[in-house]
Design a protein. Sequence first.
Length: 205
Amino acid sequence: MAGILTNLRNTVIAGFALALVLAALSLTVWGDLTRPFWPFFFRWAHVISGVMWIGLLWYFNFVQIPTMPSIPDEQKPAIGKHIAPNALFWFRWGAMSTIVTGLILAMLNGYIVQALTLGLAGGTTGQMVIGIGMWLGTIMWFNVWFIIWPNQQKALNIANKYPDIAADEKAKAARMAMLFSRTNTLLSFPMLFAMVAAQSLFGIS
């Protein structure tokens, strides 16, 4: 057991293996499925991706950013060079996976057009509500890939991409990344409300 829990890769593999056992039971022993399997699968993948994305978003905004001013200057490079780049990797790919699995899920469930047009192409109130959540998530995804990530690359000189960047430009990039990260934090609450409400209050699959 220690060999599993002391190695993150082994822990993740074991977690997915247990999930596969449950999937096999669902398809065989518990085989009285009332809904198609693939929409469920992509909803599960969508939730996992979203937990990774929003979890790291909240880590940055509730933990790292507020704590940085109290960290001694000589210790800050360890965060900027080692922790933040790795966290940003999972952050941006969590965002990408959330968007992709969400769009696939909406397509499989047959409401992608109604949701993305916010009901203008017909559909139910629930499809309009989940569409609002999808558009908020899309704005957040855009912010991650095209504003936060490029500015963090400058601010932290990730992969030594900006070795000669001026101090004022570096500070400006750090502030821009922080402001749009805060924007995403603000949007995360109505986005999650819309997603949960669409299913729990309006019965969207």
